[in-house]
Design a protein around this ligand. Structure first.
Ligand SMILES: [Zn+2]
Ligand SMILES: [Zn+2]
Length: 236
């Protein structure tokens, strides 16, 4: 199966990424991606863009060179209530929200409280994807997370960046395997994301595809393999 969707990408706007939107979309096209989403970091991430960036998406075409363009954001979960740093007035301007734990905005509070934070974010009807729930710097009870994600129609992300040996995340590969087992058990939808911080990564899911094969994960639970499955994200 071929991935057709990449919704987790960053550009220079995020402050610690190195390509432009145009470069990313060109690479997406080259790699056969049919739906490209930009997901710059939300305001609490040091060095990222101002909120006003997310209010002007009207200038971004819906389609570029045959690639459908979606406009998202990667929000920071910053407390155990699962609150995210996106103002409600922005919700209507965004096609989707990825909510993630980041070391700059969330301090490890132990497995129980970390899990509570993520489950509360899952319950937010505006959060469509939980980004990289695979990092032992803030351990999670992934079984509980996968169950809550299933019940609330939130997708869990299989983050290709976490499989990069250079990643600062801890035990990414082992945790993703556990996540996939839990998602299989509950029927939770999974979305692969490259988490690109440079254009060369856009649409490159090689490491994720290898792992999917290894654990024999059901194809129909992966959003990226069928463009119609984007409705799971857009219609939550
Ligand atoms: Zn980043
Ligand atoms: Zn992230």
């Amino acid at each position: 199966m071929k991935p057709l969707i990449d919704l987790h990408t960053h550009t220079i706007v995020s402050g610690h990424a190195y390509s432009t939107l145009k470069e990313n979309i060109e690479m997406a096209k080259k790699r056969g991606i049919l739906i490209y989403g930009s997901s710059e970091h939300a305001k609490m991430m040091p060095g990222t863009t101002h909120e006003i960036y997310f209010t002007n998406f009207k200038v971004v075409p819906d389609e570029i060179d045959g690639v459908r363009i979606l406009n998202g954001i990667e929000a920071n979960i910053y407390n155990i209530n699962g609150d995210i740093d996106v103002d409600e007035k922005l919700y209507q301007k965004l096609d989707y929200i990825i909510a993630s734990l980041h070391s700059t905005t969330f301090e490890d509070q132990g497995i129980e409280k970390n899990t509570e934070a993520v489950i509360n974010a899952i319950k937010n009807p505006n959060v469509k994807i939980i980004g990289h729930p695979d990092d032992d710097r803030y351990p999670l009870d992934i079984d509980k997370v996968a169950k809550a994600a299933y019940e609330n129609k939130t997708a869990l992300e299989m983050n290709n960046g976490s499989l990069n040996p250079k990643s600062t995340r801890k035990n990414g590969a082992a945790n993703i395997e556990k996540m996939l087992e839990a998602c299989k058990k509950y029927g939770t939808m999974v979305i692969m994301g490259t988490d690109s911080h440079i254009c060369y990564e856009v649409g490159d899911f090689e490491a994720s595809l290898k792992l999917l094969e290894k654990v024999d994960f059901p194809e129909e639970q992966i959003i990226n393999f069928d463009t119609d499955r984007i409705s799971y994200i857009l219609e939550k």
